[in-house]
Design a protein around this ligand. Structure first.
Ligand code: PLP
Length: 411
């Protein structure tokens, strides 16, 4: 019998979703008449835009003829899509990203889980707390964490607490770390990072020969013109940052699946013996060994996002969700809650009323308003005392949920 990768045994049980489901189900059985509204998970509800659907249909029809059939594509994605990405997502902001620095994939989740593979297992990892769980779990599986202690923290990770006290912008690590996961606009707190704060992280990474893994999956939600959309807007970032983006939350591709990661040529790592190597080269090796690229039809659909119609339609999707975010944010504020996020991000992060833990508030919200959200403690110990609602629900349900919270539940 082969031995298993025992690092998997260090993973915490995926308690959050299972527990939400269990409590919701128990309530549903006890109150079959209740109409429960879910503003918990971050999945989109609006349909794909017409430009995207048109491109999908056309690309599907191409597959019906031998002359236009597409078989295996480039491992890293078609060049026409990568050229669009370079021009529209970076060039327009004065950021220069070359086509061969862009790696198209089937999702931000897989990119952020896989990128750690090109680094040594003894690299020290810094994680925001609360955090998108994929960064932590992928490093647990790779053996960088050791077992969790009784407070659910791993001794092998350096945690960067993000709370109201620091405006959800973590302090720089006191000592040396090798890999730093940053996500802005942030899931779950809805916070954004100012240019000055991001510049401090780039400076830290340069001083410590660290690499920042910058997750900009929610970049399209930034409204404040002062907030950087890409880490490469910061001088010196190309040597020390890898950035991931996704089509899931701007264009509604959570089901279609498409994302990309930028690995600049200047970003380097070293061997034990001190020889330096380009991370772009290593990631290319990894991608070409393990992937044949996302489907042609999906890449065609992604390219449609960059057409004038596509841009207009996708902006309308984001505007719609941001209006829902405003309704949630202002509604909760009017009801007396302390609310964060929701201005440059589709997540609203609220303080639970005094004396209530994140799970206590989950129960109260479900019992009194029949609304399901995400307990902040599920994203990490520093999320205790907070709660996440998403702006991705249908407008009618969002309005109904906020109305119920205002009329039935007071902090
Ligand atoms: N990064 C963050 C911070 C996310 O919240 C999500 C999805 O919720 C993703 C990445 C994954 O996106 P994708 O659908 O591209 O896998």
């Amino acid at each position: 019998m082969p031995r298993i990768n025992e690092h998997y045994l260090n993973l915490k049980a995926s308690y959050l979703f299972a527990e939400i489901k269990r409590r919701t189900q128990a309530f549903r059985e006890a109150h079959p008449e209740a109409r429960i509204i879910t503003l918990g998970i971050g999945d989109v509800t609006l349909p794909l835009s017409p430009a995207v659907v048109g491109a999908l249909e056309e690309a599907a029809r191409e597959q019906a003829r031998a002359e236009t059939l597409k078989g295996y594509g480039p491992y890293v994605g078609y060049e026409w899509l990568r050229a669009d990405i370079a021009a529209h997502d970076f060039g327009v902001r004065g950021v220069s990203v070359a086509v061969d620095e862009i790696f198209v994939s089937d999702g931000g989740k897989s990119d952020s889980a896989n990128i750690q593979e090109i680094f040594a297992t003894d690299c020290v990892v810094a994680l925001m707390d609360p955090v998108y769980p994929v960064y932590a779990d992928s490093n647990v599986m790779a053996g960088r964490s050791g077992p969790a202690d009784e407070s659910e923290r791993y001794a092998g990770f350096v945690y960067l607490p993000c709370t109201a006290d620091n405006g959800f912008l973590p302090a720089l690590p006191a000592g040396h770390v090798d890999l730093i996961y940053l996500c802005y606009p942030n899931n779950p707190t809805g916070a954004v990072m100012t240019r000055e704060a991001l510049a401090r992280w780039v400076e830290y990474a340069r001083a410590h020969d660290a690499i920042i893994l910058y997750d900009a999956a929610y970049e399209a939600y930034i409204r404040d013109p002062e907030i950087p959309h890409s880490i490469y807007e910061i001088e010196g970032a190309r040597e020390v940052a890898i950035e991931s983006r996704s089509f899931s939350k701007n264009a509604g591709f959570t089901g279609l699946r498409l994302a990309y990661t930028v690995v600049p040529k200047e970003a380097r790592g070293q061997t034990r013996g001190g020889k330096t190597l380009g991370l772009n080269e290593l990631w290319l090796r990894r991608v070409s060994t393990k992937s044949n690229g996302p489907p042609y039809v999906v890449q065609k659909a992604a390219a449609a996002v960059y057409t004038p119609d596509g841009q207009k339609q996708v902006r309308a999707l984001v505007d719609h969700y941001m209006e829902s975010a405003r309704i949630i944010r202002e509604g909760l504020r009017a009801a007396g809650f302390t609310v964060y996020g929701g201005s440059n991000a589709p997540y609203i992060w609220l303080r639970t009323p005094a004396g209530l833990s994140s799970w206590d508030f989950f129960d109260r919200l479900l019992a009194e308003a029949h609304v399901v959200g995400m307990p902040g403690s599920g994203f990490g110990p520093s999320g205790e005392g907070y709660f996440r609602l998403t702006a991705f629900g249908s407008r009618a349900e969002t309005e109904d949920a906020i109305d119920r919270i205002r009329t039935r539940l007071r902090p």
